[in-house]
Design a protein around this ligand. Sequence first.
Ligand code: URA
Length: 244
Amino acid sequence: MKDTQRVDKILSNFGFGSRKEIKQLVKNGAVKVDGVVIKDSSIHVNPKESVIEVAGEILRYREFIYIMMNKPQGVISATYDNRLRTVIDILPDEYKCFHLFPVGRLDIDTEGLLLLTNDGQLAHELLSPKKHVPKRYYALIEGNVTEKDAHAFKEGVVLDDGYKTLPSELFILKPGNYSEVEVVIYEGKFHQIKRMFEAVGKKVKYLKRIEMGKLKLDDNLKTGEVRELTEEEAKLIKAVQTAN
Ligand code: URA
């Protein structure tokens, strides 16, 4: 990104309206840059260095932003779709200016931890097949999940297209006709967990991602809610960039 940008462009990215509306705001004396009221909305400033104030409120500019979402069912992990609601559509307005995108995909009927960011480099590394970033899921399975299945997951199971999965971990929380389990996988094939259970003759009824790398889903986030990562969490997730 260029270091300096037009003030009206910055403000429109922050959701302050159209260029025309912003011009009016500036005319009204509502916008200050480094403590000085500006008169021209086309001036260039560096949002990383300058303090921009609108009607007394200081804009909290950050180049990269990291958001945790507890993804609800019924929305797709994409930035745009002409038919279905996306995870971007359900973001609060205050985040819409940051050009966020989801890091990886959860199926439309999968819930849970989804990281949204505009940090392309981090996303690339988290998704790199070479990094083997662990992803932990809670699942409700139709059928009695057994230690035999856990063993099969550890060895790798052969999916419907002939692909043999990498070793994964299956923890049986509650066996029964409907079993509760947790699964940790180190790759991210299409519908991977569902297809792994199909490979052992069982069906996923409910799926929720609860961890990605060292980042854990905040239990206090209701489905559909988001919050920014804390500095500590951002550090944890960025550790992938120094790991082999
Ligand atoms: N595995 C699946 O089957 N679906 C998901 O959404 C994620 C992992």
